[in-house]
Design a protein around this ligand. Structure first.
Ligand SMILES: NC(=O)CC[C@H](N)C(=O)O
Length: 227
């Protein structure tokens, strides 16, 4: 399974994502500069965290116009797996591949710490090796992770099983309904604020992120390489 990691000016978790795929899966993975627009040779896309375009205007607001987002849209529409982590999630919201918006953290502070999450839907291609209701520990690191959507959108997310992760012990950023990660209706596009790529080795303090990448590979293989 071939993974692409788009790199925007200001991305800073791109190589962590590349290492996660190499270390956990041993699958081919390439950083792709944001000016490329053709991602057709890849089976899955990981939009990494960071501060694309310096978070100017709003996090992810400018990155949505990078040429590589054309390739990301095509991958999403064709059913390939697309995951946005932190700034990647913010970009997916800005470009409309996922519903809702991100506000500044309720306390206006950058929060960088391990959080306990509940896996709310273990049937997605990204969570199939977890259990429904399982508690996992994954770090967050953001200042604009206060997920917001209106009541109608929230009802739709709940009804369709699109809430994939929720914060458990506390709500670190003030997100609606303690949301930490959501997917699209089809389930092939996931956005999450916590960083699974920072949770893949014991020395990182938690290895609970490994199974997310393993889930993607398992799903991709069952679907003939391409997800
Ligand atoms: N690690 C990240 O991707 C966090 C950066 C993000 N732009 C923020 O809201 O702070």
């Amino acid at each position: 399974m071939r993974f692409a990691v788009p790199v925007f000016p200001g991305s800073n978790c791109d190589m962590d994502c590349v290492h996660a795929i190499e270390d956990v899966l041993g699958e081919p993975v390439s950083p792709v500069w944001h000016q490329e627009s053709d991602l057709s040779r890849y089976d899955a896309v990981i939009l990494p965290g960071g501060f694309s375009y310096g978070d100017y205007l709003r996090s992810g607001a400018l990155a949505q116009f990078s040429p590589v987002m054309q390739g990301v849209r095509e991958a999403a529409v064709s059913g390939k797996l697309v995951i946005g982590i932190c700034n990647g999630f913010q970009i997916l919201l800005e470009c409309g591949l996922l519903p809702g918006a991100m506000l500044k953290n309720r306390d206006l502070k950058f929060r960088c710490e391990i959080q306990t999450l509940c896996v709310e839907n273990a049937k997605t291609p990204f969570t199939r090796t977890y259990e429904d209701g399982e508690r996992i520990r994954i770090p967050i690191a953001h200042q604009e992770g206060n997920y917001y959507c209106d009541q109608e959108t929230l009802s739709g997310l709940k009804a369709n099983g699109q809430i994939v992760f929720r914060y458990v012990d506390e709500n670190p950023n003030g997100s609606v309904d303690r949301i930490a990660g959501i997917c699209n209706r089809e389930g092939n596009v996931l956005g999450m604020m916590p960083h699974p790529e920072r949770a893949i080795h014991e020395w990182m303090g938690t290895e609970d992120g490994r199974r997310l990448f393993e889930s993607m590979l398992q799903y991709g293989r069952r679907n003939g390489g391409a997800a």
